[in-house]
Ligand binder design. Structure first.
Ligand SMILES: [Zn+2]
Length: 423
């Protein structure tokens, strides 16, 4: 982590601002710019935590902030401790501690026993630019807090980042949601992560969401989530091109000489559009490139040298082949549209399910045409399995959608994500 101080800017500053706000400080606007208000908030935080009040986030201050970013602390039980006074000290609840420590005997804590103590705050922030680093922290934070969820890695990106998955539920009916195939469409990652958090929380507390009995879904189904298929692309769009990127010169070339990747870059770090890299009429996608002026790697619509040429698409396809998904949803932005067919293939029940999704989200049903109708994940899933597969385009506007759209997007899609495992 780099030192942050007045004048710093970036997604890491935004992350700290969101945290400070969440725990009761006033860092000003959550805008990624370290100004006076953020400095004052950092000083207050330092004062309250016995740190040097210099307003700079160096190693010592970051260490205290870090456990809050992960959402939990590891605590060693001391003589005289009870779960109740530990909970009080951490402003959290006894139930949160019990959930995070499955073998805990509340009436018989052992001195020196190490406990995971989740703070009384949520893990997943939905008001910040959602980078890979934040995703990684959130996955670890959720796993520690809800040890009954399964997390894992399905593969690596071109630059070696982990392609994470989360499994919610233990039932035989498997469904699959993925997000951020396209770099600019990273708002779909926090969408899936917030769902994972709320669904896990509801399972732990045995509550329902919008009338859906979460434990019931959990026992009947398994929801597999790959929240960020294209982490290299997402970080390029959010944090910009870093000098140590091994594709530095080529990326600028592929981006027609521009170093600004924040407005047009949908591809992975090799300039392949991952949603044109699946083995479903891939040749047609390839042939259509010239009509769009595409002759090689670039920001969008380059299908790659052959289907599944990219480690990211290969990982998603392998993950799919290794499971028995009854239904799959690929989340994209934008348009508030649901695509549910592929060429003339209409899987049984697909229409009925699509209409249900449309009804609960307010999104329009549509059928793709032209270059976008080939070689996408949904196309491949429908062709290979003849089961319901959907591309859902969330939000409205120009990509990347501002994170301020998050609440509406979540509200529109929550019922789709609850329905998919039970339809
Ligand atoms: Zn997309």
């Amino acid at each position: 982590m780099r030192f942050l101080k007045k004048g710093s800017s970036g997604s890491d500053v935004m992350e700290i601002q969101a945290l400070l706000k969440k725990i009761g400080y006033n860092p000003g606007a959550i805008d990624g710019v370290f100004g006076n208000a953020t400095e004052q908030a950092v000083k207050m935080f330092q004062y309250n935590n016995g740190l040097v009040t210099d307003g700079i986030i160096g190693r010592d201050t970051y260490r205290v902030l870090e456990s809050l970013l992960f959402g939990y602390d590891t605590y060693s039980v001391m003589p005289g401790d009870s779960v109740y006074n530990i909970a009080r000290r951490y402003y959290t609840t006894v139930n949160k501690i019990i959930t995070a420590n499955s073998n805990i005997d509340v009436n018989n804590l052992m001195i020196g026993q190490r406990l995971i103590v989740p703070y009384g705050i949520d893990v997943v922030d939905t008001n910040i630019n959602y980078t890979y680093e934040i995703l990684e922290k959130d996955i670890e934070g959720l796993k520690k807090r809800y040890p009954f969820i399964e997390t894992g890695i399905t593969g690596k990106s071109v630059l070696g980042k982990n392609l994470y998955y989360i499994k919610l539920g233990n039932g035989p009916n498997e469904v699959f949601y993925n997000g951020a195939h396209h770099a600019l469409e990273w708002i779909t990652s926090p969408l899936l992560m917030k769902f994972a958090e709320n669904f896990s929380k509801a399972y732990a507390e045995n509550t329902s969401i919008k009338g859906y009995n979460v434990r019931d879904i959990w026992n009947k189904s398994s929801i597999y989530i790959m929240p960020m298929v294209n982490p290299d692309g997402v970080d390029l769009v959010i944090d910009g091109l870093q000098r140590n990127n091994p594709y530095y010169d080529r990326l600028i070339l592929w981006n027609k000489g521009s170093k600004d990747f924040s407005k047009d870059w949908e591809a992975n770090i090799r300039g392949v559009d991952l949603n044109h890299n699946y083995d479903a009429s891939w040749n047609l996608s390839k042939q259509a490139e010239a009509a769009y002026g595409i002759y090689g790697p670039g920001p969008t619509r380059y299908s790659g040298p052959y289907p599944e040429s990219e480690p990211e698409t290969k990982a998603v396809a392998d993950f799919t082949r290794n499971h028995n998904f009854r239904l799959a949803i690929a989340y994209h932005s934008q348009g508030e549209v649901i695509y549910w067919t592929y060429l003339n293939i209409v899987p049984p029940e697909a229409k009925q399910i699509a209409e249900l999704f449309s009804k609960v989200s307010g999104y329009t049903l549509s059928q793709p045409t032209g270059i976008v109708s080939y070689a996408g994940y949904k196309d491949w899933f429908i062709e290979k399995y003849v089961r319901p597969g959907f591309t859902i385009e969330v939000g409205k506007g120009k990509n990347p959608l501002p994170i301020s759209q998050f609440d509406k997007i979540y509200k529109d899609n929550i019922e789709i994500m609850l329905l998919a495992p039970v339809v």
